[in-house]
Design a binder for this molecule. Structure first.
Ligand SMILES: [Zn+2]
Length: 207
């Protein structure tokens, strides 16, 4: 069914956020089998990650292969121990700003692992929660902990976050965290190179 949008006489069912049936229209789609149902259907926060494969090397298709269980364990010494992992994220933002989506946002991707977070609800009530895959969207930035992320990545990330906030009302700018924050003994990404203050400035800029 089409709806009148009233913009330049166009009509259509596209959500103005650019998210259609839980897929980002602007992203290249590479479907990962590493996903399942969210236990409570909740989509209320975002976890940022950094990844590069092999570590510290950018470009190539190894990240997409890891998330689709097609990484060759003999392809690089670093791949041998990770090729059998069953992991995914909803989105990958590459160094040039290209966005790839692997899992629909209403499904649970496998990016956070053992994790915990102090969740504060709209009434200001706090509680510790575990298993962040259940209710978060995972976004991987192609990068390394000590290497500055690119301007194009911050710009695309800010656009994506604005779209997610518009489409999923439970997500707010204060419900944005990093893998290192929710799994501090195991993980360091997106790392000290990620400029949280700059991301927040990008988010508050008028569009
Ligand atoms: Zn991570």
């Amino acid at each position: 069914m089409s709806q009148q949008r009233g913009i330049d006489g166009q009509s259509g069912i596209d959500d103005p956020s650019g998210i259609d049936d839980h897929w980002l229209s602007s992203a290249r789609r590479v479907v990962s089998p590493n996903a399942n149902d969210r236990p409570a259907g909740e989509v209320s926060a975002v976890v940022l990650h950094g990844i590069s494969l092999p570590p510290g090397k950018f470009g190539g298709d190894a990240i997409e292969r890891l998330f689709t269980n097609t990484l060759d364990p003999a392809g690089h010494p670093a791949f041998a121990t990770i090729a059998s992992l069953r992991v995914s994220a909803h989105l990958l933002i590459r160094r040039d700003g290209e966005c790839v989506q692997f899992v629909a946002f209403d499904r649970r991707a496998w990016h956070a692992g053992k994790s915990r977070w102090r969740d504060v609800d709209r009434a200001g009530k706090a509680r510790w929660r575990q298993g962040l895959n259940d209710f978060t969207i995972g976004i991987e930035l192609e990068g390394a902990d000590e290497t500055p992320y690119r301007e194009a990545q911050y710009r695309v990330l800010a656009d994506v976050l604005r779209a997610l906030i518009q489409h999923y009302p439970a997500i707010t700018t204060s419900r944005l965290t990093g893998h290192a924050h929710i799994a501090p003994l195991r993980k360091t990404d997106p790392g000290p190179a990620f400029d949280w203050a700059y991301l927040r400035r990008c988010l508050t800029e008028s569009v």
